[in-house]
Design a protein. Structure first.
Length: 63
């Protein structure tokens, strides 16, 4: 999955739950984002492995 598409889906999922996707900081090879009190890394590569992307989306859906 493309990084841009992943961030779009995360933003939409967060908004459906009445929260916002917030950029927290840059790490070594990942950027750190936050939805509510939950923080998670998103790689800076243009292609994110499909399983990793789906796992991240599922984490947000379960908040």
């Amino acid at each position: 999955m493309k990084r841009r598409e992943l961030l779009k889906r995360l933003r939409e999922t967060a908004e459906q739950r009445g929260m916002a996707l917030e950029f927290v900081r840059s790490g070594g090879r990942h950027d750190i984002y936050q939805v509510g009190d939950h923080r998670f890394p998103v790689g800076r590569r243009s292609d994110i492995p499909e399983l990793t992307a789906l796992k991240t989306i599922k984490e947000i859906e379960n908040l």
